[in-house]
Design a protein around this ligand. Structure first.
Ligand SMILES: [Zn+2]
Length: 241
């Protein structure tokens, strides 16, 4: 498709400079918009990692609480056994004495089961504590890494904010030098397209979409007199031998 503006070599150069500065400014703006998202994502990672350590601590606490409950239960049974023993001294009938002996044995059985459980629990507690120490070390290292990433994001923000004014001025200065028609074609063409907008045509092919251009477009691009766009993707083409 032919457009009515001249496309001499210097126009191509200006358009390429315009595109370059446009691209640079858009990159800075995009990165500034993305920064808070990146920061939030990094903070979320840190929170998750801290939660991981907290979960490890809770697990250890859980086992400790279980251990305390076992000890209390055992103490209560032991106390009960002592009561049965003193009752035995008072009873007269043999069957009452036997019944208390039976209760005492039952209590002793329970205590011995609880003792076994307690030993298992001590192993479990030892494992959980070791795992917590290791996990805390590993996860703390990862948290440290994410914190460094946050510092880098702060630095990036300072740099981008420092760059943006220069980038705006650079774009404005090339826009001021360009003729209005080329500018408006560039703006129109670039709407809805991703960079690059100004593309070389090589061997009859658009270097952005890689489609062959029509014979008419090929001729116009070679002539380099008017701004000509690709038949397929609509980008502005310039001749590259
Ligand atoms: Zn194309």
């Amino acid at each position: 498709m032919q457009l009515e503006t001249y496309m001499p070599a210097e126009c191509t150069t200006s358009l390429l400079i315009l595109q370059d500065r446009d691209m640079n400014l858009q990159r800075i703006e995009r990165e500034l918009v993305e920064l808070p998202l990146e920061r939030a994502a990094t903070r979320k990672k840190i929170e998750d990692l801290e939660a991981q350590i907290e979960a490890g601590k809770q697990k250890v606490r859980g086992v400790e609480v279980h251990g305390k409950a076992l000890e209390t239960e055992m103490a209560e049974i032991e106390e009960q056994i002592l009561k049965y023993r003193s009752q035995q001294l008072l009873v007269k009938k043999n069957e009452e004495y036997q019944a208390l002996t039976h209760e005492i044995e039952r209590g002793q059985g329970k205590v011995s089961d609880l003792e076994e459980k307690e030993i298992e629990l001590l192993y479990e507690l030892d494992d959980a504590r070791k795992a917590l120490v290791k996990e805390t070390a590993d996860v703390s290292e990862r948290i440290e890494m994410e914190n460094r990433a946050l510092v880098r994001l702060d630095e990036k923000e300072v740099n981008l904010k420092g760059e943006i004014d220069g980038a705006k001025e650079a774009l404005a200065s090339v826009q001021a030098e360009m003729d209005k028609q080329s500018m408006s074609i560039y703006r129109r063409v670039s709407r809805g397209l991703k960079f690059p907008i100004i593309v070389a045509q090589k061997n009859g092919t658009c270097q952005a979409c890689h489609m062959k251009v029509s014979a008419a477009v090929d001729v116009e691009v070679r002539k380099g007199i008017e701004i000509t766009t690709c038949d397929s993707c609509g980008r502005i083409l310039y001749w590259d031998a």
